[in-house]
Write a protein that binds this ligand. Structure first.
Ligand SMILES: [Zn+2]
Ligand SMILES: [Zn+2]
Length: 133
């Protein structure tokens, strides 16, 4: 186990990975997250800069929550993020629906191929049954 300084309160704590925050600050951050989430639900059109100022959280922290898909900005909100793949405007996460779809399709392609071979096998079995008769 490693002992590190909490980047928030500078206290020493047993570091177990993830953000360099002591358990107290982690809990505080979690509370902050819920507050910010509520604030965004009530102020759907608030830009990140305003949320940051009102809630006393860094823009960086808000962006991180958005990238983790924990915060979602409503349709029509002033907040716009870029898809990391094609740069299209998105509301949450890292990729737009189109890029997400393409990624799923790529994975799906492997699945379909597998399905096809299963289907072919099935047909062959059916034919064999036919020959048996
Ligand atoms: Zn701390
Ligand atoms: Zn995209």
């Amino acid at each position: 186990m490693e002992v590190k300084n909490c980047k928030e309160c500078k206290r020493l704590f047993n570091y177990i990975g993830g953000p360099r925050l002591c358990p107290d600050c982690k809990a505080k951050l979690e509370e902050k997250f819920l507050e910010v989430k509520r604030f965004i639900e009530d102020n759907k059109n608030a830009p990140i800069a305003v949320v940051s100022e009102e809630m006393n959280v860094s823009v960086q922290q808000i962006n991180q929550w958005v990238r983790e898909e924990r915060l979602i900005f409503a349709e029509g909100s002033a907040v716009v993020l870029d898809c990391e793949n094609c740069g299209a405007p998105i509301r949450t996460g890292r990729f737009c629906e189109k890029c997400k779809g393409e990624m799923v399709n790529r994975l799906g392609g492997i699945y379909h191929k597998h399905e096809e071979s299963v289907r072919k096998e099935g047909k062959e079995k059916a034919r064999m049954r036919f020959l048996d008769n």
